[in-house]
Structure formats: C-alpha cells, structure tokens
Design a protein. Structure first.
Ligand code: CDP
Ligand code: MG
Length: 134
C-alpha cells in the first residue's frame, strides 16, 4: 500500500476531557506518524466551510455549534494506507456501532460529540489538509 496523508481532528469533547494524549498514543501505536499539528478554535465561518458537504443535513447547525464550542487539535498524519487505517481506528460515526478498541468506542459521547474527525477519501484529504496547513 502507498504512503498517504490524512487530516485528523481531535474534537472539542475530547480536548475538554483531557484526551489529547490518549488519542495520539493510539494514532502512533497504529503506525501513523504526526507530521504537523496545531491547536485552534474554529470560527463559525470555518466550521461551516469545513463541513459544507453536510450543509443540508438536519444535524448541520448542531454540528457547527459543537465544533465551535472549544478548542480542537488538528493533525496531519502520514503512513501506509493512512486514510483507511485512520478511519478504521476512529470507528463508526455513532459510537454505539463502533468496534471494540476504536477511538470512538473508547471515548465518544454520542453521534455528534464523537471525539475525532478523519478524511474519508484521497480527494477530501487534500482539500482538508489545505484547509488547515496550506
Ligand atoms: O465523522 P464521520 O465521517 O464519521 O461522519 P459524517 O457523516 O461525515 O458526519 C460528520 C460529523 O457530523 C460526525 O462526525 C458527527 O460529529 C456529526 N454528525 C451528527 O452530529 N449527527 C449525525 N447523524 C451524523 C453526523
Ligand atoms: Mg465524514
């Protein structure tokens, strides 16, 4: 498998519960390398832009309120097959459906406050990496 880069966020619920280190430990244990990292608080404008693909969904405004409720840690991760490796490590969007050992099974509070973001395709990884690290 080829080396890929993916964009990860540790979301406000996890930052607020002091889980940054625990999540990065899982990332590194799964052979993903942190290449860039920053901590920021998203503006409403930025959160809306980042999640523009979901603008017509009923959860959009709830998602924007949540994502702007506190700081996030943004990580550029690199590794073999990084996009799918990290998606697998995250687990399902709804933590009640997430597999044992995944970040969301371990830490997510609910389908909105689900602790982490990860790019879902090579195309979106490029867009999302540019969004934060251009
Ligand atoms: O993050 P992921 O790619 O697994 O899920 P998504 O379908 O792309 O949704 C983006 C984010 O919107 C989720 O991670 C949740 O924080 C939120 N969401 C929500 O609040 N309620 C839903 N029914 C689905 C997603
Ligand atoms: Mg998604």
């Amino acid at each position: 498998m080829a080396i890929q880069q993916t964009l990860s966020m540790i979301k406000p619920d996890a930052v607020q519960r002091n889980l940054i280190g625990s999540i990065i430990t899982l990332v590194e244990a799964n052979h993903l390398v942190v290449k860039k990292m920053t901590m920021t608080k998203l503006s409403t404008h930025d959160a809306k832009e980042f999640y523009i693909i979901h603008k017509d969904r009923d959860f959009y405004s709830k998602l924007i309120d949540y994502m702007t409720s506190g700081q996030v840690v943004v990580l550029l991760l690199e590794g073999n097959n990084a996009i799918n490796v990290y998606r697998d490590l995250m687990g399902s969007t709804n933590p009640t459906e997430a597999k044992e050992g995944t970040i969301r099974k371990l830490y997510a509070e609910d389908t909105t406050r689900n602790s982490v973001h990860g790019s879902d395709s090579p195309e979106n990884a490029i867009i999302e990496i540019d969004f934060f690290f251009k």
